[in-house]
Design a protein around this ligand. Structure first.
Ligand code: SF4
Length: 435
């Protein structure tokens, strides 16, 4: 096993830490999973996965928890005939899209989403998108991105989708006053709360992706971008190519993270300290009270993060600094030092960070650490529970609204609940034994 020794421990937290980098077998969803929340966010878009029955099953089982009368995603199945080159997959795709648009005239934006099978047969989806765009303009915009497990993990699907959308954003006029663009999908309720706070400070803010594809925000050199999600490396680069300037801030998780995130915007837009305090005081105090209710269950307990959604560092920061948890290992699929700079600085020096995965080795470390709580993917949770560990499914942290002040208590609750449950079970078993 490789040694896990942080390279430096100093006052800048984990800024200079050298993570343990592993490139072995990994246990993580592919980027198609992002469709589960993106299709709810952009309400007039449709996501057509060009993939196999396996891809369709993944979408159906992931979506099983949220049945809609008319889901805004589907799969164009690549079958054996396509794989064998007998049928022209491009012709098949044209037919499926034409039928879909005839049946669903409300679709304004269509994403052709690549998968492992479409990559294997080298189906050129960008050419297909251009051709279909010409055919169906101006009613529908057709774009493409890859959600394949070969190229993307879990939350990278959203990054690929938004990066594909950036070239479609209208150009901001040169004379327009500076404005704020918050990038990354947030639940509508969170978006409304954060938007209200920013507007109360006098900041002109737009969110990306928008709720409707016809309301794309403008971008240009006067755009300041605040990332709401930590997994948007390609999207941030695409926005910077359009002239936008990226602000560095911790992510809006927990009270401290939300305050620092809002402060980054307030500073660049010249909001005075008194106004900032006036706008944030009440929700901040509510958030602090909500966190305090969970602290007795979490303080002093240890937590181990397997890499999954790229939310691990901000979550670990919140659990350690605001809820007093001890970090045994914080794994992340990728460590983007620039986007994570503020988070790294806030993590305690000496935290064991790991990037990528070699699942067997990581399981060994986890079992050796025997943490009070392990945050991991669905596939690892049952085996770890069987070994007596309490687990939290990482995917829940992506599907649950956890950003902002009003959600701070819900965020803490996601971590305290498994510990409470185990304590109740243990107490119940003790009573049974005594009876
Ligand atoms: Fe599986 Fe690849 Fe389809 Fe994802 S894109 S469901 S990894 S075949």
């Amino acid at each position: 096993m490789s040694p896990v020794i942080p390279s430096r421990a100093d006052a800048t937290g984990c800024t200079d830490v050298r993570p343990l980098v592993e490139r072995g077998q990994r246990e993580v969803f592919c980027g198609l999973t992002g469709i589960m929340w993106l299709h709810r966010k952009i309400q007039d878009a449709f996501f057509l996965v060009v993939g196999s029955r396996t891809c369709a099953h993944l979408l159906q089982s992931a979506a099983g928890v949220m049945i809609f009368a008319e889901p805004r995603f589907g799969t164009a199945i690549i079958d054996e005939r396509d794989l064998a080159g007998i049928a022209d997959a491009q012709d098949e795709l044209d037919r499926v899209v034409t039928e879909l648009l005839a049946k669903r005239p409300g679709i304004r934006m269509l994403f052709l989403v690549g998968s492992c099978p479409s990559e294997v047969i080298k189906l050129d989806l960008s050419r297909a998108a251009q051709r279909l765009q010409q055919r169906h303009a101006p009613q529908v915009r057709v774009l493409n991105y890859s959600g394949s497990g070969i190229e993307t993990t879990f939350t990278q699907g959203e990054d690929a989708c938004l990066a594909a959308l950036v070239p479609e954003l209208p150009a901001q006029s040169a004379t327009q006053a500076p404005s704020l663009l918050v990038a990354g999908s947030l639940a509508d309720v969170v978006e409304d709360q954060l938007g209200t706070l920013l507007q109360a400070m006098g900041i002109d803010v737009a969110f990306f992706p928008p709720r409707r594809s016809t309301a794309l925000p403008a971008v240009g050199p006067n755009t300041r971008v605040l990332l709401a999600q930590p997994y948007l490396a390609d999207t941030a680069r695409a926005l910077e190519r359009r002239g936008a300037q990226l602000l560095t801030a911790p992510f809006p998780l927990g009270v401290e993270g939300t305050t620092a995130w809002l402060q980054a915007a307030a500073t660049v837009f010249g909001v005075d300290a008194a106004l900032f305090e006036q706008v944030t005081r009440a929700p901040r105090e509510r958030g602090i009270r909500a966190l305090a209710a969970h602290k007795p269950w979490l303080e002093g307990r240890s937590v181990f993060f397997f890499p999954d959604s790229q939310l691990e560092l901000p979550l670990a920061r919140c659990l350690q600094r605001e809820l007093g948890m001890r970090l045994t290992e914080v794994g992340t699929p990728y460590l983007h030092r620039q986007h994570m700079a503020a988070e790294l600085a806030l993590l305690p020096a000496g935290t064991r960070l790991s990037e990528g995965q070699d699942v067997d080795r990581q399981l060994e470390r986890c079992l050796q650490d025997a943490p009070d709580l392990t945050v991991c993917g669905l596939g690892l949770a049952n085996p770890l529970e069987a070994q007596g560990l309490s687990t939290k499914w990482a995917i829940e942290l992506v599907f649950t609204p956890i950003q902002g002040y009003e959600q701070a208590g819900d965020l803490a609750g996601l971590f305290s609940r498994p510990l409470r449950r185990r304590e109740l079970l243990t107490a119940g078993q003790a009573v049974q034994r005594a009876a």
